[in-house]
Design a protein around this ligand. Structure first.
Ligand code: DC
Length: 223
């Protein structure tokens, strides 16, 4: 079973995807980590973020699994991927179509491996339902108001006093992610769109688990 979860920053994707994967007994794959990892290496090596060829060479050495991302065989620590600099750079590098093609292949490989070995995956990102796994059994698109998403991000990172700055950075990232030509952020035509602005994490998780169980039963009945 493959569940695609897409949505903008602060829509609650990561927390929801982790909990949903746990309840369904599936592997959780976070595709944003692959773009973040390319951005991290590019920043560390002082590469030009506009040099797609150099970024592709970095992407070719990335691997994605349930444990996160590795580069050249070495695991990249999750904390290193979460800084505001890496977030902004990840959004910039993710606009390169050639780089996306390489990372999308890595993401599909990871999902296929999870299907073979663990029964499936909950795959989280921006273009999972539209590009990475258009064949997913269930596609969810999470949204929330811009104010609520900035508030959540500020709380999550312990930087409540920087709400205005976070809100601005998020706005710029949303704009870049949804206006880019290559795989812009948008719901797949057959996605279930959930506005999480006034929903608790638990209600989002139970709703998606319910939908996934319905789909799983339908698949069993028809096979
Ligand atoms: O989900 P995230 O915030 O960790 O993603 C970081 C950046 O990577 C985000 O600005 C857009 C990009 N991204 C993408 O273009 N496609 C994905 N499937 C996942 C993330």
């Amino acid at each position: 079973m493959l569940v695609a979860i897409d949505g903008p920053a602060g829509s609650g994707k990561s927390s929801a995807a982790q909990a949903i994967a746990g309840r369904l007994g599936l592997v959780n794959l976070n595709t944003g980590a692959t773009y973040r990892a390319v951005a991290l290496v590019a920043l560390r090596e002082e590469m030009d973020l506009g040099n797609e060829g150099a970024l592709i060479a970095v992407a070719a050495r990335m691997e994605l699994s349930a444990d996160g991302v590795s580069y050249g065989g070495a695991h990249i620590l999750e904390d290193a991927l979460r800084s505001p600099e890496v977030s902004a750079a990840a959004s910039k590098v993710s606009a390169h179509p050639g780089l996306r093609r390489v990372l999308v292949e890595r993401q599909r490989d990871a999902a296929r491996k999870a299907e073979v070995s663990g029964g499936g995956a909950v795959v989280e990102g921006r273009d999972i339902g539209t590009v990475v796994l258009p064949e997913a059994d269930l596609k969810i698109f999470l949204s929330a108001s811009a104010e609520e998403r900035a508030r959540r991000r500020a709380l999550q990172t312990g930087r409540e006093s920087e709400l205005e700055r976070i809100s601005k950075a998020m706005h710029n990232r949303d704009k870049r992610d949804s206006e880019r030509e290559a795989s812009p952020l948008k719901p797949a035509p057959d996605a279930v769109v959930l506005d999480t602005t006034s929903l608790s994490l638990e209600s989002v998780v139970s709703r998606v688990v319910e939908l996934a169980n319905e789909r799983r039963n339908n698949v069993r009945k028809s096979s």
